[in-house]
Design a protein around this ligand. Structure first.
Ligand code: NI
Ligand code: MN
Length: 224
């Protein structure tokens, strides 16, 4: 059984059959982070987009672990320029890795830098991961979009959705996203890290219909 752990903001680790994944490793600079970048064990680092609160410690973790980055082409090219291994992908594409399948989805958002002063540009994404027979959707940073219905048609067991508003969906749109995706479980993310994205997560929990809402505290784990 794969194990999901929440490290704060949009950062999760997944351990599956001895392989360690980390998604959007924003740890340094996050006052609520559940781990230090230097303590992270990872074989793969999945990055949805180049904003600092997602790209985060990608380079340090990759170098410490000889881990490979998976994400949109532009981010991967940037990492390869830093002598970090990467598997370049793009929206709509999927690839079968030794640990499972990864598919990139659209995300309505933007980005222009992966590191202060270095412009890498590109399109943000979400991920659909197929691991041990379960499908996990990490939405990245996005507003609500109708094509979440297409993502739902894939049969999502677990959806990780931003609810913090201002930069992404807020609570009401995230509730509508759950209706579009109809996952078995939904975990809220990308809230309360900064003042601009402070929301009442209990309001989300109460409003969600048709899925089990699991509010993970930083450091919490869940069997997938
Ligand atoms: Ni962003
Ligand atoms: Mn963000």
């Amino acid at each position: 059984m794969a194990k999901l752990k929440y490290l704060g903001h949009s950062c999760f680790t997944i351990e599956t059959n001895g392989t360690d994944l980390i998604i959007d490793p924003f740890l340094t600079g996050n006052p609520l982070a559940g781990a230090k970048a230097s303590d992270i064990k990872a074989d793969y680092i999945l990055v949805t987009h180049g904003h600092g609160d997602h790209f985060g410690d990608t380079i340090e973790i990759a170098k410490n672990n000889d881990a490979a980055v998976i994400g949109p082409n532009e981010i991967c090219v940037f990492c390869q320029g830093k002598n970090v291994k990467a598997h370049n992908m793009h929206i709509g594409g999927s690839w079968k890795f030794p640990f499972g399948k990864v598919k990139l989805t659209i995300a309505h958002h933007g980005f222009s830098s992966g590191e202060n002063g270095i412009d890498i540009g590109g399109n943000p994404c979400g991920f659909i991961l197929e691991i041990e027979g379960k499908k996990i959707y990490h939405a990245g940073d996005t507003g609500l979009f109708m094509d979440m219905k297409l993502i739902g048609e894939e049969g999502i067991d677990l959806a990780l959705l931003p609810i913090g508003d201002n930069f992404t969906m807020g609570i009401d749109d995230a509730v509508r996203a759950v209706e579009f995706i109809h996952p078995g479980k939904v975990v809220p993310m990308h809230y309360n890290t900064f003042d601009l994205i402070k929301v009442d997560v209990d309001e989300f929990r109460k409003k969600v219909k048709g899925a089990e809402c699991v509010v993970m505290a930083v450091g919490d784990t869940m069997d997938i």
